[in-house]
Design a protein around this ligand. Structure first.
Ligand SMILES: [Zn+2]
Length: 455
């Protein structure tokens, strides 16, 4: 049951980027036509200041609970890209721009109205270049510039909906992993923020964030068509998740792709030297490879094995001689177990996804593996994935500066295959090469256990 709840949270986390909330469409259309990217005539009222207090508290909680990815160079990079998109000489009351990565493998991003913008490691890893990251940031920056959170918070209808959300969230209790943790914290501090920042704003406000986001990108010399490309990447359903909608009638990613493309029109082809540079994949991956490896670990922990394979494949193509990259690809295939690395078209149909979601409610990942191993296809996948994984660990050990973690991976692989002697040997090599390993005790216990079995 808990598993089920977590899955729902994980699925709904995707919504901010994908969907808006339909009920209030009046907010955006009431505004007169404007030239400033920001809503400069916004006057703070008590209700807004109360919300401002709540979001400042949220920032502190995210940090305190270890959700913020703590790597200085990566955060400095993120901050640099974010700040380059914010219109210069624009001073907004109660806004300090802070761009941070959130340790969550689900592709999502959200903005708090105080200027704190959070991008999940899951979406940063999915982006193929800096311009795509800029597209996401530009969308979120617009929510802050146009004061969307405050505007939506002022709506009474919204508050009624919020009560329903509080009730729904009240029964959820995500356990394990990092995915969904942000939801729990936001729900505890400010259920309204949960609605607007995680589940999205009204359709009109989301559309405005896309359109104005395109303008911000162009002002900062980012090729705006990369926004369409990241929307397409987000639309690529690697995990075959059935997204549970709180409200029907949301604009789908396909809609966004269509209207952003139409909005771009002739704007799309004015590429400059600077914009070409920002489209470069290898420059981007150089900046975020550490974050990506961290995200792959988070994805595996969250049972998002196909995503882990997809991302580590991308890293290995980028630097095939990196032992670490090969290690992560090996880990991804090992943990993929009896699953196929890609879902078939049939598995991606709505009815198949619905069935899969129902099964996920009832089974743990271990039970799923056991059931799959009872089928011929599952056994075949398992065999292929284990072979691939072994090859990759061995290849990783042959390149320069091999990581001792390969031995641990091989140990786990052999242990599962029942190759007890080989498993013990690999575990021992791992401990020899990394005497300070944080999982030393755990591995020593495995060795003892295996020795018991062998004797
Ligand atoms: Zn949005």
């Amino acid at each position: 049951m808990l598993k089920h709840r977590r899955k729902i949270i994980v699925a709904t986390l995707c919504l901010c980027l994908c969907l808006g909330i339909t009920p209030i469409s009046a907010l955006a259309t009431q505004d007169p036509p404007r030239s400033s990217p920001a809503k400069i005539d916004f006057k703070f009222e008590k209700v807004d200041l109360d919300l401002f207090g709540q979001v400042n508290l949220l920032d502190k909680r995210f940090e305190r609970d270890g959700l913020v990815y703590a790597d200085e160079p990566t955060n400095a990079y993120l901050q640099r890209v974010g700040e380059s998109l914010v219109p210069r000489d624009l001073k907004l009351e109660h806004v300090v721009w802070k761009f941070r990565a959130l340790r969550d493998p689900v592709p999502n991003a959200f903005a708090l109205p105080n200027g704190s913008i959070y991008v999940n490691t899951g979406v940063m890893s999915l982006c193929d270049n800096e311009s795509q990251l800029a597209a996401i940031l530009a969308h979120e920056i617009t929510h802050v510039l146009r004061r969307h959170t405050y505007l939506q918070n002022r709506s009474n209808r919204k508050k009624i909906l919020t009560i329903n959300i509080i009730n729904a969230v009240g029964v959820w209790n995500p356990v394990g992993g990092v995915a969904g943790l942000a939801v729990g914290i936001i729900a505890a501090v400010s259920p309204f923020i949960l609605v607007s920042t995680i589940y999205g704003y009204s359709r009109d406000l989301e559309r405005e964030a896309d359109m104005k986001g395109v303008d911000l990108m162009m002002s900062a010399e980012y090729p705006p068509e990369e926004m369409v490309k990241i929307l397409k990447l987000l639309n690529n359903d690697i995990e075959g998740e059935e997204i549970k909608l709180f409200y029907n009638d949301h604009p789908q990613l396909q809609d966004r792709i269509a209207y952003v493309s139409a909005h771009l029109g002739s704007k799309a082809d004015k590429a400059t030297a600077a914009s070409e540079l920002k489209r470069e994949k290898s420059a981007y991956l150089t900046n975020i490879q550490g974050l990506m490896r961290h995200d792959i670990q988070l994805a595996i922990n969250a049972g998002r094995f196909r995503t882990a394979v997809y991302l580590s494949q991308k890293l290995t193509e980028f630097r095939p001689e990196s032992s670490e990259n090969l290690f992560w690809l090996a880990e991804s295939y090992r943990t993929l177990g009896p699953r196929a690395p890609q879902l078939t078209e049939k598995e991606l149909t709505n009815s198949a996804k619905k069935d899969a979601a129902k099964k996920r409610e009832k089974r743990t990942l271990e039970e799923e593996e056991r059931d799959l191993l009872a089928t011929e296809a599952g056994r075949q996948n398992w065999k292929t994935n284990q072979q691939k994984s072994e090859e990759l660990y061995l290849r990783s050990l042959k390149v320069e500066n091999p990581t001792p973690l390969d031995h641990r991976g091989l140990g786990m692989l052999y242990e599962k295959e029942g190759r007890t002697k080989d498993a013990i040997e690999e575990y021992q090599k791992y401990l020899e090469l990394s005497p300070d390993a944080s999982d030393r005790e755990r591995i020593q216990r495995r060795i003892q256990l295996l020795k018991g079995l062998a004797s």
